[in-house]
Write a new protein. Structure first.
Length: 220
């Protein structure tokens, strides 16, 4: 499977272009990628005065270090596709299960966070996830048995088509996301304590990033 390598800005633009193309022609598009640079990427709804350079993606969620250690998957489904359902949270289920199965084949022992579990998380954890994606968990994101997060999920709907994104770190992030957000010092430290608890692909599924599954293999 080819993993496209390009600057983060180009890869974010590719995902948005695919969404517009799929709206126009009804074709499913999907692919893996890894940035060749390192930049802070904010979620679409974040309103932060980050002190350094940053980009903004069109999907929701918290900020990430988008760098050469970050493996990303974009899947764009056309309007009317059987996997585009009204329940946004449940629409991640098939993708999470497909990735969980593929990762299990490489030795990773993971579980998906249930929507009920995500809704019952402490307010502080949900607030942390809104700041930085990997500081908390959402529905169907993949974690280890001890709660360390591997896989983040996000999506965007436009004209009935759906862009679903999944991402995991191959190795620790290049950027200190907590420091890049321009938060008060005490809030920055609390966020950093959460971010150091991620798990990486190199730890639990070595080699996955070099040979990820074909996106078509993930479809139920």
């Amino acid at each position: 499977m080819i993993v496209e390598r390009a600057p983060a800005a180009d890869l974010l633009a590719r995902a948005d272009d695919w969404l517009e193309q799929t709206r126009a022609d009804g074709e499913l598009r999907a692919g893996w990628s890894r940035p060749t640079d390192a930049v802070l990427v904010l979620g679409s709804a974040q309103r932060l005065n980050a002190p350094g350079a940053s980009l903004r993606r069109s999907t929701g969620g918290g900020a990430v270090s988008c760098d050469d250690h970050y493996l990303m998957l974009d899947v764009v489904l056309p309007r009317g596709h059987r996997l585009v359902i009204d329940d946004v949270g449940q629409s991640y289920r098939w993708l999470a299960r497909g990735l969980q199965t593929a990762l299990a084949a490489r030795g990773a022992k993971l579980r998906a966070v249930t929507p009920r579990e995500a809704a019952a998380l402490p307010v502080a954890e949900r607030a942390a996830a809104r700041l930085a994606c990997f500081a908390g968990t959402g529905s169907y994101e993949l974690v280890t048995d001890d709660g360390r997060k591997l896989l983040g999920l996000a999506q965007r709907r436009r004209g009935g088509a759906a862009l679903l994104q999944a991402a995991a770190y191959i190795a620790p992030p290049r950027l200190d996301v907590a420091a890049w957000l321009g938060l008060p010092r005490d809030q920055e430290e609390r966020l950093r304590e959460r971010l150091v608890r991620i798990v990486t692909l190199d730890e639990i599924a070595p080699g996955f990033a070099e040979q990820p599954p074909e996106p078509a293999e993930l479809l139920p």
